[in-house]
Design a protein around this ligand. Structure first.
Ligand code: PMP
Length: 448
């Protein structure tokens, strides 16, 4: 075991001189897994990427979700090259944007109108502004441990990177803004009811990841989303689904449209799953095929708040740029092919089952939450249904596991809260190699 990563260390040392913390997104840092140089990658193809020391890794990070087709998928690469040849940016509307908007609407019918932006952060941030404009109210209810990007309002009790680094409530968010956010536990309708009873008349929107991806993969309990939507609406608040992770991840469409329940894997409460439509939706990640993108959309009368039709302003020099839109179209076209999601589901099922078996064999406490082609591994002996339970897991054991896997060429996110993402490029041989690495890692861990 053990890979030499000398060049990564050299680049990291240089990076620290110029880039804050040496990384352009805090979740890339190894701070939560014992520190040191993160791996500097130089090339990706299919399920693999190679670091600057020429070590090969099987990748389950998938760039935190977008790379569902694997690295350098030929259709996406070709679409981007074609777009580049035609000129990267015009500052005018293009036919591509219309085509892509139509594709998204066909897949997600609650999107009566959409707007393209450049990131999930922007998409979420704008849905909040639009909800506030529409309702004339200012408060937002969000769920502890959900992550909705890095705009001020949603950096309160934020999961993912902020939790990993121990800063769920970011500095720099003024108290006047933080007090506009009410945080309640996920999967607890009574808590939401209490919050709405107190603040309902001031609440513009309830914002949720309908299937959580930011403190592990967590299914809503049976009836939870129906209850959430109905409670919000009783109080005149809008429902915003943050589907930045969930859209096109588990099926073609979004959590709000997923109907073929068996493909939701073996997650608890999957059998009782019922799709419920929100008023507004935020999208990102997969819909850009690996290029920067975000989108938001929803009910016609709400979206008419947005300029130039209405008084809520949102704009972007790069918004709807031809390269991102072309990559997104190519990505969704590939995902529409028959069998794609069944393959992601069955590979993830095999991998998750193999990991659980190995953990049991070595008497390592492990809870796996799997939903279709994504799953999270929590070192604990209890279920994970909310943020509190996800926090109550062993970060040090995760760090040891992460390092042992990395040293065997298996790339995971350096955080106990993030998921493993399956791509269509993974093969059964990759799964064999991964399961061998897991077995080796658990053998070491059970002795320490
Ligand atoms: N919402 C969710 C659910 C996310 O997982 C993320 C990113 N991990 C975001 C929003 C923010 O997206 P971006 O990083 O593209 O700004």
């Amino acid at each position: 075991m053990g890979k030499v990563r000398k060049q990564s260390e050299v680049f990291y040392k240089e990076a620290l001189k110029h880039i804050v913390g040496g990384v352009n997104s805090p979740s890339r840092s190894f701070k939560a897994v014992g520190g040191g140089a993160p791996v500097f990658m130089k090339r990706g193809k299919g399920a693999y990427f190679w670091d600057v020391d020429d070590n090969r890794y099987i990748d389950y990070l998938a760039a935190y979700g977008p790379i569902i087709l694997g690295h350098a998928h030929p259709d996406v690469t070709e679409a981007i090259c074609r777009a580049a040849e035609n000129g990267l940016l015009y500052g005018t509307p293009t036919e591509l944007e219309v085509t892509f908007a139509q594709m998204l609407k066909d897949a997600i019918p609650s999107l009566h109108q959409v707007r393209f932006v450049n990131s999930g952060t922007e998409a979420v941030m704008t849905t909040i502004r639009v909800a506030r404009a529409y309702t004339g109210r200012s408060k937002i209810i969000k769920f502890a441990g959900c992550y909705h990007g890095h705009s001020d309002l949603v950096l309160v009790a934020a999961g993912s990177g902020p939790s990993t680094l121990g800063i769920p409530d970011s500095a720099g968010v003024p108290p006047s803004i933080a007090q506009e956010v009410i945080t309640v536990p996920f999967n607890d309708l009574a808590a939401l009811e209490t919050a709405l009873a107190r603040w309902g008349s001031e609440t513009a929107a309830v914002m949720v990841e309908p299937i959580v991806g930011n403190f592990g993969m967590v299914m809503p309990k049976a009836g939870y989303l129906e209850g959430l939507c109905s409670l919000a609406r009783q109080h005149g608040a809008l429902v915003i689904y943050d589907e930045v992770i969930t859209a096109f991840r588990f099926q073609y469409g979004a959590a709000q449209t997923y109907e073929e329940l068996p493909l939701l894997g073996d997650a608890k409460d999957a059998a009782a799953w019922k799709a419920v439509e929100p008023d507004l939706t935020a999208l990102g990640k997969i819909i850009g095929g690996g290029l920067p993108i975000g989108a938001y959309g929803g009910r016609q009368d709400i979206m008419e708040q947005v300029a130039p039709l209405g008084p809520a302003y949102q704009a972007g020099t790069m918004a709807g740029n031809p390269a991102s839109i072309s990559a997104g179209i190519a990505c969704l076209q590939a995902l529409k092919q028959p069998g794609v999601y069944a393959k992601l589901d069955s590979m993830a099922a095999r991998l998750a089952a193999g990991i659980q078996t190995a953990a049991d064999k070595h008497a390592i406490d492990l809870t796996i939450n799997r939903i279709g082609g994504a799953f999270s591994t929590h070192f604990c002996n209890h279920p994970i249904t909310n943020y509190e339970e996800a926090q109550d897991t062993d970060g040090e054991i995760f760090a040891q596991f992460f390092r042992l896997m990395l040293d065997q060429g298996i790339n995971l996110a350096p955080s106990k809260y993030e998921a493993w993402f399956m791509t269509i490029a993974h093969s059964e041989t990759d799964l064999d190699e991964t399961l061998t690495a897991v077995e080796n890692a658990f053998a070491v861990m059970s002795k320490t």
